[in-house]
Design a protein around this ligand. Structure first.
Ligand SMILES: Nc1nc2c(ncn2[C@@H]2O[C@H](COP(=O)(O)OP(=O)(O)OP(=O)(O)O)[C@@H](O)[C@H]2O)c(=O)[nH]1
Ligand SMILES: [Mg+2]
Length: 445
């Protein structure tokens, strides 16, 4: 397509080892199986203008009610925005917090003008312990206060936390950090007050030593919570954040059908392409520019023909994107028999997804049509269904109106790019009209 440039912005971070074990994916986007973190390709952030609520696990727009209470306003405000991960506080490694606090505490001098040696020593010991306790507790309190409550996040970000870190891990790590803070405060106070009661210089010194050792031991034992939080922050900060005001094309389909290959054609994004299912293990966010207009593209992990309860975290991630983000869908079908999911299974997945996300703008693509032309034998991997005409048609042609493309012989790729462009322009109009509806609702009558 002339005058069309395709750009993709990919930010890589090194593989992050979080909580349990490290990833062996060197090139995929970020995510996922519970408690595993993968390298990330990320994009940009922005604000969403529509409020949502969750109904039966789905994310639906909420018409704004002018008479809502203040509290509800605050809650919906928190759900309207994405980009919380980029605002997470920087976390210091536990060992740095500890050694910096110890070093500074040892330099704390007694209050000036105390002539009596014992009194001066107990004053110094109490002050040093109090200082150490505060130096350790203050950053921990900052983390507890500034890491957001998961429930207050945009549903998309809630899903990312859950699917990436594992259910409940985020909250659990924050609880561990807070319990470390409480322990540090109570032990620090207890020992500082013991120091203040010392009768001799020696006793004050001993109690100071004991107190410092105790705080050091607690931090050495439980400081891992801080390091886990540091890894969580690193991982979350590097996650893809979508600009909710920029039209987004989301590639969806069964595993191995050619989604990533099409992303590579539609943009300069380079997701991994391999001939095995679930090559794509996370969401890749890239963008395309058509005639100086910018659009986003997301590649997603494949979906299998099974019930939601049986889906893996990769599939759940794809569904989270479709449920929580305003995307246009490019649905990819592979009828060649090459991908490992039979055409009839793809048909049932497709029917379900199409129905579930019927309000999304949509293009259907039958991929690998070079194989269909070259080798009809591959295509005939299953009997054409005689008793279900819709399925029988699908097995031969894919859904009605689908564009038959091939990245191998470049068949119909320009046609596809043109359709994608039109789709994204329509998506842009949708976003604009929903924005102006929101604004009109906000104007008092
Ligand atoms: N012959 C042919 N092979 C293709 C075409 N498009 C993709 N393939 C091959 O199909 C296989 C899967 O392609 P991917 O693009 O990785 O598929 P995917 O849907 O992203 O796969 P997952 O990420 O695992 O879900 C690779 O071996 C590709 O080279 C095509 O148009 N023709
Ligand atoms: Mg892929």
């Amino acid at each position: 397509m002339s005058g069309t440039s395709h750009l993709i912005q990919l930010w890589h971070i090194p593989s992050t080892k979080l909580l349990l074990r490290s990833s062996n994916f060197s090139k995929g986007s970020y995510l996922v199986p519970a408690a595993e973190i993968y390298p990330t390709k990320i994009f940009c952030k922005k604000i969403q203008t529509t409020a949502y609520r969750i109904v039966n696990g789905s994310y639906v727009p909420v018409p704004q009610n002018k008479n809502q209470s203040n509290k509800e306003d605050i809650a919906s405000t928190t759900l309207e925005t994405v980009g919380a991960f980029q605002k997470l506080p920087m976390v210091m490694p536990s060992v740095d917090i500890l050694y910096s606090a110890l070093r500074k505490a040892k330099r704390v001098s007694p209050t000036k003008g105390i002539a009596n040696i014992a009194k001066r020593e107990r004053n110094r010991a109490a002050k040093q312990l109090d200082f150490l306790m505060k130096e350790l507790a203050v950053p921990l309190r900052g983390y507890a206060e500034n890491f957001p409550d998961k429930k207050q996040l945009h549903p998309y970000e809630q899903s990312l936390i859950q699917l990436t870190l594992g259910d409940g891990n985020y909250e659990q790590v924050l609880r561990r950090v807070d319990s470390l803070r409480k322990k540090v405060v109570s032990v620090g106070k207890e020992h500082a007050s013991l120091c203040a009661k010392s009768l001799t210089k020696r006793e004050a010194e001993e109690r100071l030593g004991e107190g410092m050792k105790k705080l050091e031991d607690i931090f050495n034992h439980e400081g891992k919570a801080v390091d886990d939080l540091l890894n969580i922050a690193k991982t979350l900060r590097a996650m893809p954040v979508v600009d909710l005001e920029t039209p987004t094309l989301c590639l969806v389909g069964a595993p191995n059908v050619g989604k990533s290959s099409l992303v590579r054609v539609l943009s300069t994004g380079k997701p991994e392409v391999c001939n095995y299912p679930f090559t794509t293990r996370g969401i890749l966010m890239g963008h395309i520019a058509f005639n100086y207009r910018h659009f986003q593209v997301t590649d997603t992990p494949g979906l299998l023909n099974r019930h939601d309860d049986e889906r893996n975290n990769l599939e759940k991630l794809t569904l989270a994107v479709l449920s929580h983000l305003p995307t246009a869908i490019l649905y990819v079908h592979d009828l060649s028999g090459e991908c490992g999911t039979s055409p009839s299974d793809q048909f049932f997945i497709y029917k379900e997804i199409r129905e579930r996300f019927s309000d999304h703008l949509w293009i259907d693509v039958v991929s690998k049509c070079d194989l269909l032309q070259e080798s009809p034998i591959i295509f005939n991997t299953e009997d054409v269904s005689a008793d279900n005409p819709e399925l029988a048609r699908y097995q031969k042609m894919g859904p009605e109106g689908a564009i038959h493309v091939s990245v191998k012989n470049e068949a119909a790729l320009n046609q596809l790019k043109g359709r994608v462009h039109e789709l994204l322009v329509s998506q842009m109009s949708r976003i604009k009209s929903s924005e102006s509806n929101e604004e009109n609702k906000g104007v008092p009558t």
